[in-house]
Design a protein around this ligand. Structure first.
Ligand SMILES: [Zn+2]
Length: 219
């Protein structure tokens, strides 16, 4: 093995550890996945999704990008959301931001080079919409933390407003959306109390989000 031998060594050791306590672990993995959770998080290397919530392979469907943004025109995100909700039938979608997010911080500063700037602009717009509230926070670290939280709230709203999730609610599929934030300094998660299950349906919904004749397949 010529390149990055340490990583392959780590991989072999991980396989040995897994199979020593559960010989059929990988045999089961190759058959199917039924994760109850979709995790939408930041790509930051310090926020490893499975690890911080103690979930094994097969339990968490993951989409990560810079600053955990949920954009309507992001085909990558929307495809992951569609597959998770429509095919995997996840019961929970977790949008998890983190304090100390460099993507969020970039949106508070000078423009950067594209394509990163185009991406960061999603958060600049959030900042502009709440500029008076955010600029009233004089301490820059506190302002940064607040924008990290506001960003999670905004992305939770975007998940709820997505065609995929609103269609799922309309047909009675149970999927709960959560907004969390992770503290790099303590390793602790905090629930930002943004949880919504779609039962308070948006105006114009024909059935108030209550289950009718679901077309959902049995898992
Ligand atoms: Zn981040």
């Amino acid at each position: 093995m010529r390149y990055l031998p340490k990583l392959f060594e780590n991989n072999r050791r991980w396989v040995a550890e897994k199979t020593s306590v559960d010989p059929d672990f990988f045999a089961r993995q190759q058959n199917s996945q039924e994760p109850p959770f979709l995790w939408i998080g930041c790509a930051d290397s310090r926020v490893p999704a499975n690890e911080i919530v103690g979930l094994e392979p097969g339990q968490l469907f993951v989409h990560r990008n810079v600053a955990n943004i949920v954009a309507e025109d992001d085909g990558n995100l929307q495809a992951a959301l569609q597959y998770a909700v429509d095919n995997l039938k996840v019961r929970h979608v977790i949008v998890c931001g983190h304090y100390g997010c460099g993507g969020v911080q970039a949106a508070m500063g000078d423009p950067v080079e594209p394509p990163l700037e185009d991406w960061i602009d999603h958060i600049r717009r959030i900042y502009r919409d709440r500029q008076a509230q955010l600029d009233a926070i004089e301490d820059m670290d506190a302002r940064w933390r607040k924008l990290c939280e506001v960003n999670v709230a905004e992305q939770v709203a975007n998940v709820c407003a997505s065609r995929i999730v609103s269609d799922a609610w309309r047909r009675g599929q149970q999927v709960v959306i959560h907004g969390w934030i992770y503290d790099l300094g303590s390793g602790l998660l905090e629930d930002l109390d943004l949880t919504t299950d779609g039962l308070r349906a948006e105006p114009g919904s024909t059935d108030d989000g209550v289950a009718t004749s679901s077309t959902r397949d049995s898992p």
